[in-house]
Design a binder for this molecule. Structure first.
Ligand SMILES: Nc1ncnc2c1ncn2[C@@H]1O[C@H](COP(=O)(O)OP(=O)(O)OP(=O)(O)O)[C@@H](O)[C@H]1O
Ligand SMILES: [Mg+2]
Length: 257
C-alpha cells in the first residue's frame, strides 16, 4: 500500500461577499496516497477550484488542516504543479518559453533537455516555437499540462483541464493524461463536473455536494473493466455518481415546493 501523501482534515472555507460570510467548503476530510489518481466531481460553484487552490497553497483557510507529506501547506511549492481551468499561457511567449517559465535554478542546457522531454511527453513536438494563438484548444491544454509537470512535481492539480474542449478531443486528452500518469507516476488530483470523466480517470472518485461543498461519497474503483466506456461496470459507476447528484436535486425540489 502506497504512503499517505496529502491529508485534508476538518477543512472549512468561507469567503466574504458583500461583507457577508458565504460558506464554500464544509468539513472536508480526504487522504490521498502517493501515486494515486483522484477525481473530484461536483456541481458548478461547489468549491472545487477553491479546494484545489487551497491544496496548491494559493488560497488560505480558516479551520482544519491540510498537510503535504506531514508538513502544513502554507504557500505554493514546486512539488505541487497546477493546471488551471483556463490554460493561462502567456500570449507573448513561445510554447517552450511558456513551459519553462517556472524552471529556475537550472542551467540552460538542463532546461533545454527538460523542455524537450516534456514537449515529447505531451506530443507538442514541432510546436516549440509556436505562440499560444497558433495552437488548437487541445494543444494549448497540453502545453498547460506540460507547464504543470515541468518542475517534476509530486502532485499535479488539474482544474477541469479539458472542460473547454470538444467531446472527441476531451476523450483523446483523457487517454493521454492516463498515459502520462502511468509513465511519470505523479499523484494526480483532477476536478471536473463531468461524471463520465471522473469515472474514466479516477481510481477513487470523490463526489461533492452543491455549495457548501461537502464530500458526499468516495467511490473506490479498482476493477479494470470500469475503464472501458460502454461496459456494464462503467455504467454502474456513472449511475452511482449520478444518483448522489440526483439526491441533491430531489431535496432542492422538495424545499421549493
Ligand atoms: N475570491 C473569492 N471571493 C469570493 N467568493 C469566491 C471567491 N472565489 C470563489 N468564490 C465563490 O466560491 C464558490 C465556489 O467557487 P469555485 O470557483 O471554487 O467553484 P467550482 O466548484 O470550481 O465551480 P466551477 O465548476 O463553476 O468552476 C462560488 O460561489 C464563488 O462565487
Ligand atoms: Mg472551478
Amino acid at each position: 500500500m502506497a504512503e499517505d501523501l496529502l491529508k485534508i482534515e476538518g477543512l472549512y472555507k468561507h469567503f466574504l461577499v458583500d461583507k457577508k460570510k458565504v460558506e464554500i467548503l464544509k468539513n472536508i476530510n480526504l487522504t490521498i496516497r502517493e501515486g494515486e489518481f483522484i477525481t473530484i466531481v461536483g456541481h458548478s460553484g461547489c468549491g472545487k477550484s477553491t479546494l484545489l487552490k487551497i491544496i496548491a497553497g494559493l488560497v488560505d483557510y480558516e479551520i482544519g488542516s491540510v498537510t503535504n507529506n506531514g508538513t502544513k501547506i502554507s504557500g505554493p511549492d514546486i512539488d505541487r504543479g497546477m493546471v488551471f481551468q483556463e490554460h493561462r499561457l502567456l500570449p507573448w511567449l513561445s510554447i517552450q518559453d511558456n513551459i519553462s517559465f517556472g524552471l529556475t535554478n537550472v542551467s540552460k542546457q538542463e532546461k533545454n533537455r527538460i523542455v524537450t522531454d516534456i514537449i515529447n511527453l505531451v506530443k507538442l513536438d514541432g510546436f516549440e516555437n509556436a505562440y499560444p494563438h497558433q495552437l488548437s484548444g487541445g494543444m494549448a491544454q497540453r502545453a498547460a499540462i506540460a507547464r504543470g509537470l515541468v518542475t517534476n512535481p509530486r502532485i499535479l492539480l488539474l482544474d477541469e483541464p479539458f472542460g473547454a474542449l470538444d467531446a472527441l478531443t476531451r476523450i483523446q486528452m483523457q487517454k493521454e493524461i492516463l498515459k502520462i500518469w502511468e509513465k511519470e507516476k505523479t499523484t494526480m488530483i483532477l476536478v471536473t463536473h463531468d461524471i463520465d470523466e471522473a469515472v474514466y480517470l479516477g481510481q477513487r472518485i470523490v463526489v461533492m455536494s452543491a455549495r457548501p461543498g461537502e464530500i458526499k461519497s468516495i467511490i473506490d474503483v479498482d476493477t479494470a473493466g470500469s475503464k472501458i466506456r460502454g461496459s456494464a461496470d462503467f455504467a454502474y459507476l456513472t449511475n452511482k455518481v449520478y444518483q448522489y447528484f440526483f439526491e441533491d436535486e430531489k431535496q432542492e425540489l422538495e424545499y421549493s415546493i
